[in-house]
Structure formats: C-alpha cells, structure tokens
Design a protein around this ligand. Sequence first.
Ligand code: AMP
Length: 286
Amino acid sequence: MKERLNVAVQKAGRLFDGSLELLKAGGIYINNGKDQLKASSHNFPLDVLYLRNSDIPQYVVDGVADIGIVGSNLLIEKESDVEIIEELNFSKCRLSIAVPKGMEYRSIKDLQNKKIATSYPHTLKKYLKEHNVEAEIHVISGSVEIAPNIGLSDAICDLVSSGSTLFKNGLVEKDVLLTSQAVVIKNKNLSKAKEAIIDQVMFRIRTILRARKSKYILLNAPNDKIGVISQILPVLKSPTVLPLAIEGWSSIHSVIDENKFWDVIDQLKEAGAEGILIVPIEKIVI
Ligand code: AMP
C-alpha cells in the first residue's frame, strides 16, 4: 500500500479554519464528513486527524500524526520534542500577565505571594522562577479572564490577541511572556517516503504563504523616472517595464512585500509614479 501522511489539525476552535484553508489553497481537498475524527484527501496522499488542540503535540511526538498545525505557545507549555518546520503567520497572540485596572503593578515582583489564574502553568511557573517570584498558580482550562472578578485570583496569565477580552473584563495587560502563532510541527523520526510527501505539502504551503505576504504592483511613470522608481521598489528581482501607448511613458510592474508598500508609497509618488495599482497574488512559485 502506498504511504499516506497523517496531519493533525484542531477539531474546533481558532486554528481550524486557517488550517483547512491552507490545505485547500494548496489544492489538497479533504472529504469532510460531519463529526468525523479522520478524513481523507482523494487527490493527495494525506489524511487529516481532527484532534483537541492541546493533544496535537503529543500525537505528533508519538508518531500517530506525522505533522500537525498548532499554536507555538502550546509547544513551549508542553516542552514537546517536535520540529517546527514552518511559521504560518496566523492565530498570532501573546501570553501575558494581566491585572485588574487600578491594581498597583510596577513589575512581576508585585505578584509575590499573590494568586494567578492560568491555563499555561508550566510557562508561568518558569517565568516566575526566572524572576524569583513565589506565587500561587490556579490552573483553569477556560475563561481565565473572569478569575479576578469572581475572587479566584489576583491576576491572570492568558493568551491575548486584540486585547478586547481583557478590556471587557477590566484587566490591563502587563508582562508579555511569549508571542505565538500557528506553526507546522513534524515528528522527528519519519521514513523517507513520508518526508517526501511532507516536502510536497510544504512546497504548496510555502507557495501560498509567500503570496499572502506579497502584492503585485503596477504603476505608470515617465521613462526618465524608471531608474529612480526601480530603486525605490522593494522588489523580488527586477521590475518589468512595458511601454505605454503615450510616447515617453511606461508601465512598471513588480511584486512587493505588503508591509513595505506603505513605507515607499510617498517616495513613489514623489518620484513621479501615477495610477498605482496594488493587486493580490494567489500563488508565488520561485
Ligand atoms: P483555542 O481555539 O482557544 O483552543 O486556541 C487555539 C490556539 O489559538 C491557541 O493555542 C493559540 O495559539 C491560538 N490563539 C490565537 N489567539 C488567541 C486568543 N486571543 N486567545 C486564545 N488563543 C489564541
């Protein structure tokens, strides 16, 4: 029988949509039956295991799943012996200490002998030890942010992304213990056949990630400005220059990093660029 790759993804929750979208964008179609724990792709040698987020690292360590998609915060909490093979740039968050608004907090030392509620006791314990702080850790698995309001703890250590949940619960973010994002993890002892399938999957995933970070830019410029504009553009290689129907003008095309666009837009306009278009890219193969 031909080798197939087992991929662990979160059954429900924040990482579910992003994980499946990535496979789909890579042309890997999963035959999803409702409430199935395992589903197969009919067009790629890959099966998806739908698991609880917190179980995924161990399934990958044990080799039940070959690769998995998890938040990197979980790997630190569980000190999982897996290899991170790609950062996926979604589900970005940070693990932070937060305290009730109005509570005096100059540093983590102010939590000496206090109670802290968290779902990440191991990471918190290490942080407290590094700062020589003794505190009582209350482990709760969800809705950590209500703990101070109901008198369960003085502070919390929880995942934050926009900060709106903290705000709604009258909490203020203080120390950041770590930052996290969705990552692909891999078992360390895989056969050559499985590694070859992973290479194919990762090629597709990287092609999509690259495209998500980039935009296609088109602009018009007088021919005598092509040199200066080409220097401003943070391009992949060298821009494409095509003549316009109007004498002395060209259309310049290139690919730029989305984040860098805002840094150079004013310079481009000053240098004489007109009619600037920014267009999304679906895939980039290099
Ligand atoms: P959940 O679906 O709540 O079990 O969270 C799964 C993963 O999503 C976590 O391990 C984090 O890596 C990530 N995540 C991203 N943003 C947040 C957030 N604001 N709160 C909780 N988890 C988050």
